[in-house]
Structures are given as structure tokens and as C-alpha cells.
Design a binder for this molecule. Structure first.
Ligand code: GAR
Length: 197
């Protein structure tokens, strides 16, 4: 049975593009919705161009009322009836109640070797710590931020003179390899972690 995948983005959506492009042929899943908290997110147009349905729910319209924002976000998501939800550069924290609705079927990509550097500014923190390696992690989303079972990790070296920007530019292509590989395996019901170097 083909798995329905919704992808949540906040920005340019390069990971979303990698995921959408991967879901062809005998891939067990297909994209059914790309959803953003920012109507101006560059990824929305890219998704539309690839023929994927898009929707946006502007979080700024809800001020501090996260429950109201999440109720609005949930509507297009429930209409799309996804089997799997992929967070791909989605920069809003989701409440435990929201996460619980998609328990065991929501994935996230985070630009660090979790459990290191949860939250923001991951590359700057890896450089400041003198780490020799950095990377990215795909994990199942649970109520705790950037936590949950690890489904895959990709490593890159941190090089002398790296800035957060140069390191991010080395990690991002690995994100584009890792996330599609994990999604395909996950959609087949296999949660064995994937490790890339
Ligand atoms: C990616 O590097 C992703 O790992 C990161 O945002 C970027 C989005 O890029 N996600 C987070 O920091 C989540 N906390 P993209 O929009 O081009 O995929």
C-alpha cells in the first residue's frame, strides 16, 4: 500500500525537494501535501512546480496562541490524511498534543549529530566546541525537542577555518542523501538506523 507523506517546511525547502524527488517509481510513498507556517516560504513554490499540493498557515496571525495555530495547522494536514509526516526545516516547536496525533509516524531532520546540540545554531556550537565531526540526524519526533529514536545519521569533517556557513554547506548535501534514504526505509516499516559518511 502506498504511504501518504506530508512535509512541513518553513523556508527554502531543499530537504523537501530531495524528499519529493525521491518518491517515484517503486518507492513505497508519495507526497500528498507540503505545508508551511510561512506563506512566503520559498519551498512552497518549488513544491507547486513539482505538482505537489501546498498549504500555508501563517503562525504570526495567531500571536502567542500556539493552540489556535496548531488547530489551524491541523486542518489541511488532516484533509491530506498522511500516513507519515516529515518535518523538513520546520522551525516551529510543536506541542506534545500535536505530536501525539502523529506518534510513531512523524520524522524530523536536525543539523547536528544528536544528542549533541539540540535547538538552534548547531554548526556554530560544534565549531566552538572544537568538534572534529559534525553532521545531521533524522529521528522520530517525540514530545521532547530534537529527541526521539534516531533513524539515521550522516557525518562530515569539521575543517580548520570552518564557519557555520561553510560547515552548513558541507552538511546540507548529506541531509539530502540521508533523509530520502531514511524515509524510504521507514515507509517500508523498517526503523533500522542508516549511517552515512
Ligand atoms: C536544514 O539544514 C535542516 O536540517 C534545518 O533547517 C535547514 C532547512 O533547510 N532544520 C532545523 O534546524 C530544525 N531545527 P531546507 O529548508 O533547505 O531544507
Amino acid at each position: 500500500m502506498t504511504r501518504r507523506v506530508a512535509i512541513l517546511i518553513s523556508g527554502g525547502g531543499s530537504n523537501m525537494v530531495a524528499l519529493v524527488r525521491s518518491m517515484t517509481g517503486d518507492h513505497p510513498a508519495r507526497p500528498v501535501l507540503v505545508l508551511s507556517n510561512d506563506p512566503a516560504a520559498g519551498g512552497l513554490e518549488k513544491a507547486r512546480d513539482m505538482g505537489v499540493e501546498v498549504a500555508a498557515v501563517d503562525h504570526r496571525a495567531f500571536g502567542r496562541d500556539r493552540a489556535a495555530f496548531e488547530a489551524a495547522l491541523l486542518q489541511p494536514l488532516l484533509e491530506a490524511a498522511p500516513d507519515i509526516v516529515c518535518l523538513a526545516g520546520f522551525m516551529r516547536i510543536l506541542s506534545p498534543d500535536f505530536v501525539a496525533r502523529f506518534e510513531g509516524r512523524m520524522l524530523n531532520i536536525h543539523p547536528s549529530l544528536l544528542p549533541l546540540y539540540k535547538g538552534l545554531d548547531t554548526h556554530a556550537r560544534a565549531i566552538a566546541a572544537g568538534d572534529k565531526q559534525a553532521g545531521c540526524t533524522v529521528h522520530e519526533v517525540t514530545a521532547a525537542l530534537d529527541d526521539g529514536p534516531i533513524l539515521g545519521q550522516a557525518r562530515v569533517p569539521v575543517l580548520p577555518g570552518d564557519t557555520p556557513e561553510t560547515l552548513a554547506a558541507r552538511v546540507l548535501p548529506m541531509e539530502h542523501r540521508l533523509y530520502p534514504a531514511v524515509l524510504e526505509r521507514f515507509a517500508r516499516g523498517d526503523r533500522t538506523p542508516i549511517y552515512l559518511e
